[in-house]
Design a protein around this ligand. Structure first.
Ligand code: FAD
Ligand code: NAD
Length: 367
């Protein structure tokens, strides 16, 4: 029996069941929550074990089983909208009837606070790497067929590499996204590919090693983490994005999700701080998007520009923010997302409070 930490919040605890046909075994997870989508589930099949972690509000429900029979490598995951039912369809290796699904492994059928779940890694293959700026590259990783993993908007994963016998773990935010891939050729299909924009620090611990990987090499990638929730977009009218350097990465999916899915949205404004023009990631893609979608405004601010730069200059400041953060209507519902180097974010948060934005109107991205 699963203890029910969700009970005090109203909904009842999740459960699972399974059924089979000659060729398939279907595991059904009843989350009893409405806002469940494909990115709520991360599932891995490894040897004879099957592991599916489902994020339900701030909790994680785990199915972890040593299967009684062999299955094929690939499987599919479906979500039945509105009723919060997840179906994971496994393909039997042999058409025999299974008497049981298998036996439970560690933490099977448990519901634990998301913050208490560890990092679970799977190996992903480096498919391509291309220069985006002088020091930032777009890495494309491929998930194995035995994995279902989609990183929710505003969330990140952890990379793990073993460097001279020591495991190094660093967070990174994927940018894979139809809006940008539309502007960027070639497009790789389906959810099997994850893209990351990564700045290589020559004196850094992790990024030079990542950069040394050859196409075809592997890197371990964790399940998604982060506290951004899509529900923060509900009824949203004005979205302001304040970001600096490579910390722009979470804004890619946030921007695209908002423009594609939020019907109440009037305006999205991105203020993007960099040192020089050469440091601006995806400048032309952003400019094209702003040209194409009149709801999207873009402002670049440089802290070390050349004398030819006609745009805004300096670090984040009261003058820049008070001019930029204008609601489209006095009563507009607003969300401000901020992500940058620590001093940038700290300074920005202080300025936002001084400008009387409430906690609910601000989201700061952290690990
Ligand atoms: P580090 O070894 O951390 O060093 C980085 C640079 O800083 C080097 O030049 C080093 O010499 C210098 N340095 C190190 N320590 C100090 C110090 N104390 N004082 C001054 N300088 C110092 N990065 C991305 O590129 N893309 C992303 O999408 C991305 N997403 C992130 C998401 C989250 C939630 C977080 C928290 C971070 C994210 N990062 C991202 C940053 C990333 O995790 C690493 O911190 C970054 O890649 C640097 O790692 P590194 O080990 O190569 O460098
Ligand atoms: P960057 O150095 O290129 O800076 C980009 C912009 O951030 C600057 O133009 C400026 O507007 C703003 N900024 C930088 N320092 C600031 C400060 N002290 N006060 C106010 N604004 C400031 O940024 P990057 O190299 O792309 O770094 C992005 C992220 O990488 C950082 O948030 C950090 O997490 C990570 N990083 C970590 C270390 C470290 O471990 N010590 C060092 C460098 C970067």
């Amino acid at each position: 029996q699963v203890t029910d930490p969700l009970a005090k919040e109203g909904p009842s605890s999740p459960s699972y069941d399974w059924f089979q046909t000659d060729a398939l075994v279907t595991i059904v997870i009843y989350t009893k929550q409405k806002d469940i989508s494909l990115d709520s589930v991360t599932a891995d099949h490894w040897d004879d074990s099957f592991r599916a972690e489902t994020v339900i509000k701030d909790y994680s429900y785990l199915i972890h089983i040593a299967l009684s029979h062999e299955i094929q490598e690939d499987f599919s995951v479906r979500v039945v909208d509105n009723v919060g039912k997840i179906e994971i369809v496994l393909k039997k290796k042999e058409n025999t009837s299974w008497k049981c699904l298998g036996h439970p492994l560690e933490n099977h059928n448990s519901l634990i606070p998301k913050k208490d779940t560890g990092l679970y890694y799977r190996k992903c293959q480096l498919i391509s790497k291309e220069d985006v700026t002088h020091d930032t590259k777009l890495f494309c990783l491929m998930l194995p067929p035995s994995i279902h993993l989609q990183v929710p908007t505003g969330q990140h994963v952890y990379f793990k590499l073993t460097i001279t016998g020591t495991e190094i773990v660093k967070p990174c935010t994927p940018v894979s996204d139809p809006l940008f891939s539309e502007l960027k050729e070639p497009v790789l299909p389906n959810n099997k590919y994850i893209y990351f924009l990564i700045k290589i620090y020559p004196a850094g611990l992790f990024t030079p090693e990542l950069d040394h990987l050859q196409i075809g090499d592997y890197v371990s990638v964790s399940n998604p983490k982060g506290n951004f929730k899509i529900s923060q977009f509900q009824e949203l009218e004005d979205l302001f994005l304040l970001t600096a350097g490579t910390d722009f990465t979470p804004m890619v999916k946030v921007l695209s999700y908002a423009l594609t899915n939020i019907s109440s949205l009037r305006k999205v404004k991105l203020m993007f701080f960099n040192k020089t023009e050469d440091d601006i990631i995806w400048r032309s893609q952003l400019e094209k998007l702003s040209f194409k979608d009149k709801r999207f405004d873009l402002e670049f601010v440089l802290s070390a520009p050349t004398s030819e730069w006609n745009g805004k200059r300096g670090y984040i400041s009261p003058a820049l923010l008070s001019e930029f953060l204008k609601r489209s209507l006095d009563t507009s519902k607003v969300l401000i997302c901020i992500c940058g180097p620590m001093p940038f974010t700290e300074q920005g948060m202080k300025l936002l409070h001084d400008l009387n934005f409430s906690k609910d109107e601000i989201h700061s991205f952290t690990a």
